[in-house]
Design a protein around this ligand. Structure first.
Ligand code: ADP
Ligand code: ASP
Ligand code: MG
Length: 420
């Protein structure tokens, strides 16, 4: 029998009506004889609201308690969805991450999945039930409840699909697939029919939140096809799967598949550090030891034997990084530190880039012609990223989208649902 793992994001289960709609869809699939595991996110903005509540009672909540709090959002969704399924005559049973045996490391609020046991899900399926699983959570090797980082329900779903050897993993969200840019920012964005794991990995890594990065890593490592689609229209969405790049090139796919932006990063700088061996090693070792996720790094050429080292990091990691920079700065004799949250990272992603010279030059020219100053640059074989000032976001993304011939001629802005 076919097995599909489905994931419903926050907007897909935001209110009782949406929840009943999802239940009907699952019941219909089950009635056709497909086994279904449904992974759910917290309703609407429930996780944001819980984070805000925590902030109101504490300036620095402990990770353990934060995870205890945040996992409640998904528990609400899983039990309500089961009730809605029972109501339409579909037998279903809900499970927390810990009940499913999703074993993680001990890193609270950004834990990594180490293993999935999955026995209870298998038993429920064997008994003819739909298994509804709370996304974004697990239990650590120290038996503590953990969460997988924001957007982590995608990872729960793909990892479960891999562990259960499902035929596919469907990610239901509030857009109809993966687009050539965020359709909320670029109404002319084009829906992509399919993407290779590598391209999606670069898009997710560059900050496109339509799929969480770790979920794509799981999909690629275990060859799980992902179908990103809408729970509002249920139409065919975007397939992310292993694609022979040679075949793709022959089909004359565009060189660039998308423009990605990420407003979740900040830039920090260690100013006036002596230009001698060991400074960068000390700085980045200390940041890594504190689990700070450093992304782009730039070191200026030294003037009078001193230099500046800048890097980007998730805004949420600034609190951890700041004291580390101060300490390392004191140790090596830096003149100061600087932080800038007013930035955005823009990336061009496309497998065709490998064999097409001049893409970076064209990107920089388009930005220059639009008066956008580039603060940092980094590249991979199929991605070019720049950091620019946050105020330039819309202008820059739209200009790049047009310049690289990605505009579709259609306007997708109208039907997009509100985010509650
Ligand atoms: P969910 O709550 O369903 O997990 P997310 O907010 O995490 O939803 O992800 C869906 C959102 O991702 C869309 O509403 C869209 O604004 C945004 N997004 C960013 N980049 C893209 C892209 N290239 N294609 C589609 N959606 C994108
Ligand atoms: N509810 C969590 C979040 O908002 C996990 C998820 O939705 O994927 O980040
Ligand atoms: Mg998401």
């Amino acid at each position: 029998m076919a097995l599909i793992v489905q994931k419903y994001g926050g907007t897909s289960v935001a209110d009782p009506d949406r929840m009943r709609n999802v239940a009907k869809h699952i019941a219909a699939l089950r009635a056709q004889g497909t086994d279904v595991v449904a992974v759910v996110s917290a309703m609407g903005k429930a996780t944001d609201n819980l984070v805000e509540l925590a902030r109101q009672v504490s300036s620095n909540p402990q990770g353990r308690e934060m995870d205890m709090l945040l996992t409640t959002g998904e528990r609400i969704s899983m039990s309500l969805l089961c009730m809605a399924l029972h109501d339409v005559g579909c037998d279903a049973m809900s499970f927390t991450g810990s009940q499913v045996g999703i074993i993680t490391d001990t890193s609270h609020t950004k834990a990594k999945i180490l293993e999935i046991k999955g026995d209870r899900v298998r038993e429920a399926l064997a008994a003819g039930k739909v298994a509804v699983v709370a996304g974004f959570q697990g239990v650590s090797t120290e038996r503590e409840i953990t969460t997988l980082g924001r957007g982590g329900s995608d990872t729960t779903a793909v990892a479960l699909a891999a562990a259960l050897k499902a035929d596919a993993c469907e990610i239901y969200t509030d857009v109809t697939g993966v687009f050539s840019a965020d359709p909320r920012l670029v109404p002319q964005a084009r829906k992509l029919k399919e993407l290779s794991f590598d391209e999606m990995l670069e898009m997710a890594g560059a900050g496109s939140k339509v799929l969480a990065l770790r979920s794509v890593e799981f999909a690629r490592n275990h060859n799980v096809p992902i179908h990103v689609r809408s729970s509002f229209t249920w139409e065919e969405g975007t397939w992310v799967r292993g694609i022979d790049e040679e075949r793709k090139r022959k089909m004359e796919e565009p060189i660039i598949s998308g423009v990605v932006h990420d407003v979740g990063e900040a830039k920090m700088t260690l100013l006036g550090v002596p230009d001698r061996p060991g400074v960068s090693a000390l700085l980045f070792e200390s940041l890594a030891a504190a689990n700070v996720n450093v992304d782009m790094i730039v070191q200026n050429t030294s003037i009078d034997g001193t230099t500046d080292i800048s890097f980007t990091l998730p805004i949420g990691d600034i609190k951890t990084a700041e004291p580390i920079l101060k300490k390392v700065g004191d140790e090596v004799g830096a003149t100061g530190i600087n932080k800038d949250e007013n930035i955005v990272k823009l990336s061009l992603v496309g497998a065709g880039m490998k064999s097409s010279p001049g893409i970076a030059a064209k990107m920089f020219r388009v930005l220059a012609d639009n008066g956008v100053n580039i603060e940092m640059i980094s590249t991979s074989t199929i991605r070019i990223s720049v950091v620019v000032e946050r105020t330039q976001l819309e202008k820059a993304v739209r200009a790049l989208h047009t310049a690289f011939d990605l505009d579709s001629g259609e306007d997708y802005s109208a039907p997009l649902p509100d985010r509650k």
